[in-house]
Design a protein around this ligand. Structure first.
Ligand code: UD1
Ligand code: UDP
Length: 384
């Protein structure tokens, strides 16, 4: 039987973490001839993931620029991918999620009339500008894609509401497959300071913040709330904040938070460090998408530093709350979780609506089924 040529495209840290186990799955299965192309929309933060998962892409477009614009990312990806697709002629291109790389990857494949598979399909807020530009990126990829791998049933319903019903599979999120390989009990951090935090005696709060729609006033409010939180709970709380390399984020974080003893501003962590830090933490404050999926699986409460979320499953399960971006709201909700054992326990429950570690297998099986190389579709992932 001839092999299916599948090319995986990604460019940023979260796409890489969530695509890495899928690339490994495709490489290990005899039915596929697997190719991997990175756009390097992120450079250092991407390379760190490639190292941890021991991936060596065959193609690297190396597009990143300091303070890059959306147009620059998209146009560089389009031009670079055209050449790669013409050289390899894949049967299927796989893109992930909702970044500019994702959208450009799907569009470039469409221009070559190559089938597109969308991993992490069907997430929606319904607000064109929030998250920006991700909501439109994923909606447009939904129109371009032939195969849609939805993490949850809720995501499938979102696609159905847009009339997308063919080639749709509910697989679970591949981030849980990744998490299964990174978290371990006796983990030793390469970032030495993390080995010396008082995980038993203090409440360790993991923080991240980077979204474009939070640039400006929302980010000022968030940073101000973090500083105040550290001052209010000086004795009992340590904030650990691996700061995204975006110059906008670096500037805001250091301007507000430098010099506060119980705030640790550190460089981005490797994925395994980040996952193990979360596993030992008290709770998570974040505007990240990936952290909203990982923390519930580790029984850690999450306050989302955004006005909405496209991940309502964990909100429904009770482990995630949308805190918004106002200083007062963030302080009130975070204080509640620090002061009230009842409020904390109610949220710190193991809820994992996002996956069971089998998403990559289901995606590979879904691809084979679509191309007529397997008789039955993969079983549907049943979230809790
Ligand atoms: C991008 C995605 C966002 C995703 C996020 C994950 C888009 C439009 N945005 O946003 O959906 O949530 O990645 O982190 O696709 N930089 C470095 N080194 C790196 C990475 C970034 O120096 O390894 C700096 C560069 O100056 C770069 C800037 O960060 O220009 C912003 O990177 P960019 O990919 O444009 O935006 P993100 O905010 O990272
Ligand atoms: N992450 C990481 N190191 C860090 C911060 C985050 O490896 O210092 C991981 C995190 O565990 C998750 C992913 O990066 O798997 C989320 O990426 P990010 O927050 O950049 O993007 P988003 O998920 O919001 O698109």
């Amino acid at each position: 039987m001839s092999k299916l040529k599948v090319m995986t495209i990604f460019g940023t840290r979260p796409e890489a973490i969530k695509m890495a186990p899928l690339v490994q799955e495709l490489e290990h299965r005899s039915e596929f001839e697997s190719y991997c192309c990175v756009t390097a929309q992120h450079r250092q933060m991407l390379d760190s993931v490639l190292d941890i998962f021991r991936l060596t892409p065959q193609f690297d477009l190396d597009i990143m620029e300091r303070s890059q614009s959306l147009s620059s990312i998209t146009s560089k990806c389009l031009l670079g991918l055209e050449k790669v697709f013409q050289a390899v002629c894949p049967d299927l291109v796989l893109v992930h999620g909702d970044t500019s790389t994702t959208f450009a990857g799907a569009l470039a494949a469409f221009y070559q009339q190559i089938a597109v598979g969308h991993v992490e399909a069907g997430l929606r807020t319904g607000d064109k500008y929030s998250p920006f530009p991700e909501e439109m990126n994923r909606s447009m990829v939904g129109r371009l894609a032939d195969l849609h791998f939805c993490p949850t049933e809720n995501n499938r319903k979102n696609l159905e509401a847009e009339g997308i019903v063919n080639g749709v599979f509910v697989t679970g999120n591949t981030v849980i497959d990744a998490l299964h390989t990174t978290v371990c009990k006796d983990y030793h951090f390469t970032t030495e300071s993390l080995n010396h935090l008082d995980y038993q005696g203090k409440k360790i709060i993991v923080v991240t913040c980077h979204r474009r729609e939070n640039y400006g006033e929302p980010m000022e409010q968030i940073m101000s709330a973090l500083k105040e939180l550290a001052i209010m709970y000086k004795k009992e709380v340590e904030l650990v904040y691996p700061v995204h390399l975006s110059p906008v984020v670096q500037e805001a974080a250091h301007r507000y938070l430098d010099g506060q003893d119980n705030i640790h501003l550190i460089p981005p962590l490797t994925a395994d460090e980040m996952h193990n830090l979360m596993a030992r933490s008290y709770m998570v404050l974040t505007d990240s998408g990936g952290l909203q999926e990982e923390a519930p699986a580790l029984s850690k409460p999450v306050l989302v530093l955004r006005r909405e979320t496209e991940r309502p499953e964990a909100v429904k399960a009770g482990t995630v709350r949308v805190a918004g971006t106002s200083r007062e709201d963030i302080l009130r909700l975070a204080s509640g979780l620090i002061q009230s054992p009842e409020a904390y326990t109610a949220m710190a429950q193991a809820a994992n609506p996002y996956g069971d570690g089998q998403a990559c297998r289901r995606i590979a099986d879904g691809i084979l089924y679509h191309f007529g190389k397997r008789d039955c579709p993969p079983e549907v992932f049943q979230g809790h």
